[in-house]
Design a binder for this molecule. Structure first.
Ligand code: ZN
Length: 315
């Protein structure tokens, strides 16, 4: 049977200042703002989607920026690091660039035979850049970060948990993940074990509970091809005893949600229809897009949202 889950679809996190959030991910990291919309569950908060040119599944980091939000508390039961895949030999470029914008970067380290470095955005969100020689995805160039260095999309995510067994059971039995290996207490899983589908589990001590706020990952979304495959995953999850939600329409994909046994919120999102349904590829991210049900309140919504702009976005 074909795999129902093929890796990471998107990762959603919480930010504080919306303009700083846009500046960091578009200007410093050179991602494209592919959609500027609202949090469908809290319409007075933005929802930003950053990714490659079209916001391909596996490249999309999204944020709910709550202006003035305090920093979250790192701990167990959360995804602590979001890793992007970058070309080999690009880490020195990135180190200089990120430093130049005033953010400290770790030394270059090695993990599972690949090089990486880590840093935090202005909210303390943990980011890693990891080189991978077998990542054939093309990065998007903002004209400042060239395609030789550009981020290709996600490499992996790291979950910080108290116990790996129940989460591993879920990944293997219901989400088409496979065991890849262990290195220095880091347990690795993947659908194929390539950039964009890798999930690592770390068992951390001391195990203080995480507190979600600015700089925290809100949820990890896995990708599935379409609505049919999503219903199959939903069925499988229900049969394994997971409390999974009904299908929710997120305009650019359909979603189901459930909390994995280690405490991290998981989502399964469809690859279809994508971000070019309400603006052209050239226009992506340039204007506030609202779901149909919110359109009648556009004026009121726009008045409440802080004004933001994108500095470096060539089109
Ligand atoms: Zn999501």
């Amino acid at each position: 049977m074909a795999a129902l889950i093929t890796g990471i679809h998107h990762i959603t996190a919480i930010a504080s200042d919306p303009q700083k959030n846009i500046d960091f991910y578009t200007e410093v990291l050179g991602l494209r703002l592919v959609k500027k919309t609202i949090n469908f569950d809290a319409p007075d908060v933005y929802h930003f989607y950053f990714g490659d040119e079209v916001g391909s599944p596996g490249t999309i980091l999204t944020f709910f920026p709550f202006k003035g939000a305090r920093r979250g508390q790192k701990g167990i039961g959360e995804a602590t690091h979001t890793a992007f895949s970058v070309p080999e030999d690009s880490l020195e470029f990135w180190k200089m660039r990120i430093n130049r914008f005033g953010f400290p970067v770790s030394d270059i380290q090695e993990r599972f035979g690949q090089q990486l470095m880590r840093f935090e955005d202005h909210d303390g969100m943990g980011i890693e850049l990891i080189t991978s020689s077998d990542d054939e995805r093309k990065g998007w160039s903002n004209g400042d970060v060239g395609t030789d260095e550009a981020i290709r999309g996600f490499h992996s995510t790291t979950l910080n948990l108290r116990d790996k067994a129940p989460t591993e059971e879920l990944l293997l039995a219901s989400l088409d993940y496979q065991w890849i290996g262990e290195e220095n207490g880091r347990f690795r899983y993947g659908t194929k074990g390539k950039a964009g589908d890798i999930l690592d589990i770390l068992i951390q001590q001391p195990n203080t509970r995480s507190m979600q706020s600015a700089g925290s990952v809100h949820h990890i979304a896995f990708r599935t091809a379409n609505e049919e495959s999503q219903l199959e995953v939903q069925q499988k999850l229900m049969e394994s005893g997971q409390m999974v939600t009904e299908v929710k329409d997120r305009n650019y994909f359909k979603s189901i949600y459930f909390r994995e046994p280690g405490g991290v919120l998981f989502e399964v999102a469809t690859d279809e229809p994508g971000f070019a349904i309400d603006e052209t590829v050239e226009e992506l991210g340039t204007t506030l897009r609202l779901p149909e049900w919110a359109e009648p309140n556009r004026v009121e919504i726009e008045q409440k949202l802080p004004k933001v702009s994108v500095k470096s976005q060539t089109q």
